[in-house]
Design a protein around this ligand. Sequence first.
Ligand code: FAD
Length: 454
Amino acid sequence: MSDAKTVAIIGAGPVGLAAAAHALERGLRPIVLEAGAEAAHAVRQWQHVQLFSPWKYNIDTAAARLLATTGWNSPDPEIYPTGRELIDHYLAPLADRTALRDVIRTSHRVTAISRTGFDKAKSKGRAAAPFELRVRNGNGDAVLQADAVIDVSGTWFSPNPAGGNGLPALGEAEHRARIAYGMPDVTGAQRSRYAGKTIAVLGGGHSAVGTLIDLAALAEDAPGTQAIWLLRAEDPARSFGGGSADQLAARGELGMAFAALVRSGRIRVETGFHVSRIADDNGRLEIFAGGDRRIGVDELIVATGFRPDLSMLSELRLRLDPAIEAPVALAPLIDPNEHSCGTVRPHGARELAQADEPGLYLAGMKSYGRAPTFLMMTGYEQVRSITADIAGDKKAAARVELKLPETGVCTRGGLSSIPALPGCCGGPAPSGVDSCCVDDVKAKAAGRTGCGCS
Ligand SMILES: Cc1cc2nc3c(=O)[nH]c(=O)nc-3n(C[C@H](O)[C@H](O)[C@H](O)COP(=O)(O)OP(=O)(O)OC[C@H]3O[C@@H](n4cnc5c(N)ncnc54)[C@H](O)[C@@H]3O)c2cc1C
C-alpha cells in the first residue's frame, strides 16, 4: 500500500462515499474529509424530502459491492426513498460498516488547497508537486498531502440569495432570522415556525414547488397558514412541468397537482417578482420588488437554487465556465437552458479534470456549478471514471458505463403528501387530450362529466 496514490476526497456525501469505494477497488488510498460530524451531513439537512428518483438510481455499484460483504439487504429498486431512508438504508451502513469506516475523517473541514512549495503563479515542476490541503478540526488547523484531490463538497451550504440580480437583497442579511433557504421541513420539525403564518416562497424549481405543496398541506390543519409564491418569471407554466404531455409521468402528475393548487387559489401567486429589498414592518417582513411593489409576510423561504463555494480552491488553477461555474468541458453538456436531467449525457474524467492543475477533479453536485440538473447516478459514473484515471487505467476512464434512462429518473414519488385535489386523478392523461387525468378521459368518453369535472 505504501506506493498507492493518496486521494483526498472532500465531502462524505453520496458521491464522495462512492468515490472512496471506487478508489479502494482501484488500490488507491482514499482519505475522505467531511466537515460535518457524520457522513451525509448535507443530505441530513433535507432528510424529510422524498427523492424524485427510486432506489435503483441512487446506489453506486462499487458501494453496493462493499455493502454486500456486510450482509446488507439492498432496498426495493422501485421505491422512492426519503433523504432519511437514503441515509438509514444506504449511506450510513456504507460509511459505518464497510472498509470506508477507516478512511473517513468527520469534523474535518477543508479550508484551502495548494501545492507543496508552489503558489498559484509558479509553473515549472508544478504538476509533480503533491497537493497540500489545509484542514480544520477540533484541534485547530492541520496540513494533509495528497497525490490527487476530488472535490465533492456539494453546494447545499451555499444557496443562492433572494436578490433578483444574484446578489443578496438589501436587508437580506439583517432579517436572516425570518428567512430560510432550501427546503425547510415545514410540516415536520419546523411546523411550529410556519403554522398559522403567511409565508412567501421564492423560486420556480422543484424545491419551491415541493415546499409550496407542503405549505398547502399544512394549511389544511393549521388555519391561517397562507402560502404566497414569488416567481421571477412572468409565466408560472414552466414550473408546472409538461403536464399530461410530460414523458415523466410522476413529474407531470406533480406539476398538474401543483397547477390545480394554484388555480384553486390556495396558493397566491406573484409573478415577475424580482426581490430588491427586505425590510421590517412592525415585526413582519416587507419584501420589495423594486419601485412600490411590495408584499408583507411573516416568513420568507428562498428556494432559488445553489451555487458552488469556490473559496477553498482559490490558490489552484481552475478553468470554469464563467456563467455556470462548472468545468469548461462539462458546462455545455449541462447548460440549464438546453438540458433537463434526463438528457444530460454521462461524462467522466475527460470533462472533469482540470487541464492546468493535473490531479484535481470537481465531481458530484459541485461539478454542476449553478446548473440544477445533477443526478446522483451521474455523479457515481463521474467518480468511477475519475478513480480509473487516477489509477492510470485511461481506457476505463474514457469508457461510459452509465446508461441514463430516457425517462423515469426525474420523476418524484410521494404524491401522498399532496392534499386531495379537485379534478386530478388516475395518472396523467395522454398528451393531446383535453383532460386532466386518465380517469377523466375515460369518464368523458363514457359521456359523463368526468372525475372532478363537474
Ligand atoms: C432536496 C434535494 C433533493 C434531491 N433529490 C434527488 C433525487 O431524487 N435524485 C438524485 O439523483 N439527486 C437528487 N438531488 C441532487 C443530488 O443528487 C444530491 O444533492 C446529492 O446529495 C449530491 O451528492 P454530493 O455527494 O455531490 O454532495 P452532498 O450530498 O451535498 O455532499 C457534500 C458533502 O461535503 C461536505 N462538505 C462541504 N464543504 C466541505 C468542506 N469544505 N470540507 C469538508 N467537507 C465539506 C458536506 O458536509 C457534505 O456532507 C437532490 C438534492 C436536493 C437538495
